[in-house]
Write a protein that binds this ligand. Structure first.
Ligand SMILES: [Zn+2]
Length: 279
């Protein structure tokens, strides 16, 4: 495997389980967050080895064991997870104590939901990924968090703006106080798109296509993380408070699951984030 290199993320290894964290978010002691990698699980073949997707044909007992291994290594309580059922939309749910344990192996309290927010400690927000950007949102002062699955459809449906508005209404957050960390995701190096995606981006009125789309040999490559960043800035988040991951899932296919790199023959990764319960 190529050596992991990032200016903004750490590769953490605990009991052979490797996971990524943002250096910026690691600064906050009351916060726990992680993005899984392929390393340290028990699944085999195309799911090798830390597959955390239940619905891609892997053995349920292997996925269950991977959940246990990942949560133990990254410090999360399996019973505190809240896992929405994403649909590449822009609905945001408010996760509360009564939702703990929903989703994953159980029915989810949040069908049709690509993002969750909370300001209650001890609740682990979870999103599922394999090229689609994750967005970690933190209000350090209010101790409120949001976690988003922002594929291209959710991105152009401005899921980031929906999240900022939700956190403003629910928790009294000020957009200027938010810290947003975006990715890992398929990068502008690899995300070749067709007309449908370009048309979707054009519908975001304040975005200039030339700022987020590169043309190389008559092919078009899109920077999804940058689009999300511009949407966040447009709704009041400070540019200096937005950190874009420099880790591309497709370029790092041994470390991360990439839908494109494997033509869909793959497992899935999870992002998790919680405000720690003070004991
Ligand atoms: Zn790439």
């Amino acid at each position: 495997m190529s050596i992991f290199k990032s200016g903004v993320m750490n590769l953490n290894i605990n009991s052979a389980v490797a996971y990524l964290t943002f250096k910026k978010l690691d600064e906050y002691g009351f916060l726990r967050h992680a993005f899984s990698t392929r390393l340290g699980g028990v699944s085999t073949g195309k799911f090798r080895s830390m597959n955390l997707s239940l619905d891609r044909g892997d053995k349920a007992e292997n996925v269950q064991e991977n959940y246990r291994l990942f949560c133990r290594a990254a410090g999360f309580d399996l019973n505190s997870l809240v896992i929405p059922k994403f649909v590449h939309g822009n609905n945001i749910g408010v996760a509360r104590r009564e939702n703990k344990g929903s989703g994953g192996f159980n029915l989810s309290d949040f069908p049709d939901t690509d993002g969750l927010v909370t300001n209650q400690p001890g609740i682990t927000l979870v999103t599922s990924h394999a090229d689609c950007p994750v967005v970690f949102v933190l209000d350090p002062g209010k101790r409120a968090i949001g976690l988003l699955h922002a594929g291209w459809r959710g991105t152009v449906k401005k899921i980031c703006e929906r999240c900022v508005k939700k956190m403003t209404v629910e928790f009294g957050c000020n957009p200027g106080d938010l810290i947003c960390c975006i990715g890992p995701a398929i990068g502008k190096c690899c995300f070749e798109v067709g007309d449908e995606v370009l048309k979707g981006i054009k519908e975001v009125d304040f975005i200039d296509l030339k700022d987020v789309v590169a043309q190389r040999e008559n092919k078009y490559y899109v920077d999804l993380c940058e689009i999300n960043s511009k949407i966040l800035v447009n709704c009041g988040v400070k540019k200096e408070n937005i950190i874009l991951s420099d880790v591309c899932t497709m370029c790092n296919r041994e470390l991360l699951f990439s839908h494109r790199a494997t033509k869909g023959e793959r497992g899935g990764m999870l992002a998790m984030m919680e405000i720690k319960e003070m004991v």
